[in-house]
Write a protein that binds this ligand. Structure first.
Ligand SMILES: [Zn+2]
Ligand SMILES: [Zn+2]
Ligand SMILES: [Zn+2]
Length: 333
C-alpha cells in the first residue's frame, strides 16, 4: 500500500528464535508498528485465511523466514505446505498473488526449496533472490536484509523521513495488538500537505444500530422500513492512502457502511449481499479520539454498527450484530 509495511512470515517450530532476533534488529531501523508478524492474534472472529490475506495485502514486502525445518512434514502427514490451510502457505501465496515483494530469508544454513518441493501457488518463490542469515555473521547479514527491505519500501520508512512524517500527520497504526499512537486531528488530517477528502451525512440508525448515509434517502433497515437517523453527523475520510482501514463502502441497496475488503460481501437488509458504490472510506481505529468510539464491524452482515449500547440492534443476518476486530473511532461535525 506504499506505507512501508513489512510482513514477517515464519513457522514457530522452525524459526521462532531467529525471527524474534531479526524482528528486534529491523525494529531499530524501521518503525516497530509497521512490522507485522503473529497475525493469529488479531481481528478475532474473522476467518483466519481472510485475516492473513488482508494483513499481507497491507504490506509492501514479505520476508519468508525459512529455517531447516520449514519443509518438514507433520507427524503422520505430508508437508504442511501442501495443506491449503497452512498459514505460512496462505501468507506467501497472498503476497505472491498481490505482487508484493517477497524476500526468502534462509536461516542458519537452510537451503532454498526447489520449485518441485513447493505447492503450485508457492512455486514463484523458488525464483526470488534469497538472503542468507547465519548465526556467525548475524549482525552483518541482518544489516544486508534491512538494506534490501529499505530499498523495497523506499525512503518513506528510513528513520530520517520517518521523523518528518510523524511531525506532519498521524502515524499508521499496526494491526490490533501491535498498535499505537496518533498525532493530530482525524478530521482534515493532512495528506502530503492537502486536507483529506471527507463526506458528512453519515448517521446512526436507532432501529438497526448501523451507520447509514442519510442524504441518499432512508435506505432499507433490517428492523423493517427505512433507517431512522439519530445523534451525530459523522464525517468520514475517503480515498487516502492511510492511516486507517480502507475498503469501507456505501451499499447502494441498504445505504449502510459496510466492509468491502473480503470476497464475501455480507448480508444486506435489501436482500442478497451488499453492493459497493462511490468513495472508498478509510477509518481510524483504536485511538483516543477525536470522535465517537465503539463503532465496530459486524462479522455477520459486515456493516458498521454502534456497539456502545447493551442491545446490539437488528442484523440482516438475524438477531443482533456481532462485533469483531477493530474499535473504530469516527469523527463527527
Ligand atoms: Zn436501520
Ligand atoms: Zn446493503
Ligand atoms: Zn450485523
Amino acid at each position: 500500500m506504499g506505507e512501508g509495511n513489512i510482513f514477517i512470515s515464519y513457522r514457530r517450530e522452525d524459526s521462532a528464535g531467529y525471527t524474534r532476533a531479526i524482528f528486534d534488529q529491523l525494529a531499530q531501523r524501521f518503525p516497530k508498528n509497521r512490522i507485522f508478524m503473529d497475525v493469529d492474534s488479531i481481528e478475532p472472529g474473522l476467518p483466519f485465511d481472510q485475516v492473513i490475506t488482508n494483513a499481507v495485502g497491507r504490506c509492501d514486502v514479505l520476508l519468508a523466514m525459512i529455517g531447516r525445518r520449514w519443509l518438514e512434514p507433520r507427524d503422520g502427514a505430508g508437508p504442511r505446505l501442501n495443506d491449503p490451510k497452512d498459514f505460512v502457505r496462505i501468507e506467501i501465496a497472498a503476497a505472491l498473488s498481490r505482487d508484493i515483494r517477497v524476500i526468502p530469508v534462509l536461516l542458519d544454513g537452510a537451503a532454498m526449496p526447489a520449485e518441485d518441493q513447493l505447492p503450485e501457488p508457492l512455486r514463484p518463490l523458488a525464483l526470488r533472490n534469497a538472503i542468507e542469515v547465519s548465526n556467525t555473521r548475524f549482525a552483518s547479514d541482518v544489516a544486508r536484509l534491512a538494506d534490501a527491505v529499505g530499498k523495497t519500501i523506499g525512503r518513506s520508512a528510513t528513520p530520517a523521513s520517518w521523523s518528518r512524517f510523524t511531525s506532519r500527520r498521524p502515524l499508521l497504526y499496526g494491526l490490533g495488538a501491535t498498535a499505537v499512537v496518533v498525532v493530530g486531528s482525524a478530521v482534515g488530517l493532512l495528506t502530503r500537505g492537502r486536507p483529506a477528502p471527507v463526506q458528512d451525512g453519515w448517521r446512526f440508525c436507532n432501529k438497526c444500530h448501523a451507520m447509514f448515509f442519510a442524504p441518499a434517502g432512508e435506505g432499507t433497515c433490517a428492523a423493517g422500513g427505512g433507517h431512522v437517523a439519530q445523534g451525530f453527523n459523522f464525517v468520514l475520510t475517503h480515498d487516502v492512502a492511510g492511516p486507517g482501514q480502507m475498503d469501507w463502502r456505501f451499499c447502494n441497496k441498504c445505504h449502510t457502511l459496510f466492509f468491502d475488503g473480503y470476497e464475501g460481501k455480507g448480508v444486506c437488509a435489501a436482500g442478497g449481499a451488499h453492493v459497493a458504490q462511490g468513495f472508498n472510506f478509510v477509518l481510524l481505529h483504536d485511538i483516543a479520539g477525536p470522535g465517537q468510539g465503539y463503532w465496530r464491524f459486524c462479522q455477520k452482515c459486515q456493516s458498521m454498527f454502534f456497539d456502545g449500547y447493551p442491545a446490539k440492534g437488528v442484523c440482516p443476518a438475524g438477531d443482533g450484530h456481532v462485533a469483531a476486530g477493530f474499535n473504530f473511532v469516527l469523527p463527527y461535525a
